[in-house]
Design a protein around this ligand. Sequence first.
Ligand code: PHE
Length: 338
Amino acid sequence: LQAEAEAAIAQAADPRALDAVRVAFMGKQGRITGLLRSLGQVAPEERKARGAAVNALRDGLEGVLSARQSVIDAAALEARLAAERMDVTLPPAPEVRGSIHPISRTMEEMTAIFGSMGFTVAEGPEVEADWYNFGALNIPAHHSARSDMDTFYLPGDHEGYPLVMRTHTSSVQIISMLSEPPPLRLIVPGRTYRADHDATHSPMFHQCEGIVLDRGITLAHLKGCLTDFLRSFFGIAHLPIRFRSSYFPFTEPSMEVDIGWNRRTGEIGGGGDWLEILGSGMVHPKVLANCGIDPREWQGFAFGMGIERVTMLKHGISDLRLFYESDIRWLKHYGASP
Ligand code: PHE
């Protein structure tokens, strides 16, 4: 029996096999346990000697078992160390990092530049009652601006006003004026929507609105603020800037702002040609009155520009659709590192 047990123990190659051997010999139904149990039937004169022999056999096998157990454990540890071994001389796997989308990058740059002039960032809903997008901005129901902008109308209404996807961020001028008393100094970067789609128009695009309201604000403030912004944004200290009289229903007077560029090369800064870059003007007294603000006490200016457009000009990007194609190589090139 001893030889048989020792052979079985020596053959057990893993903890489970060894355990099976243990149970077969020393378990409740095991053969050695059986021998111990059968001592009762042995003649009393033999019992003592036989009992001692079986106990010795059991103790001996226990020693063999635990020795085998140590061997198996050591082998398992060895195998695990080999499997998990690492080569500390290998170069580290490159860390895959995303990048800031060029639109977000421009918004962050605008936020930083206007932030240094004391502007904070405001937001508003993209689905609006048409009153905020048009009516309160002095764009009456049948004004051409409504159809010019190819508005997306939505089913339903808000307090009797048709629902639209905002066609410009100017709606947030109204929301801001209604929600906090002047003085105000805000920019509003955000999504806007128009039913239009080609290389220079996307049904969803981004604008950055700005509004300043205070006592005694004049056209000179508007010109100074936008001149500083544009020179800082394009990184050209003497960027030529032209304020050109224009028309928006919600500003009076209104001005479009042009920057100097070279039409032939597309280079910003010089070259003698002018490129329209944003719309602006003094907030119309009717718009102030629509928001319960007394135009004799408070004056202000507002401006709005297309974020894709200025990003395209700044980086020489030719097709608007590239912004939304999610081509990783393009995004990495024109984006910023996080
Ligand atoms: N909302 C105008 C547009 O989308 C831009 C603008 C904003 C003009 C504020 C004047 C003042 O074209």
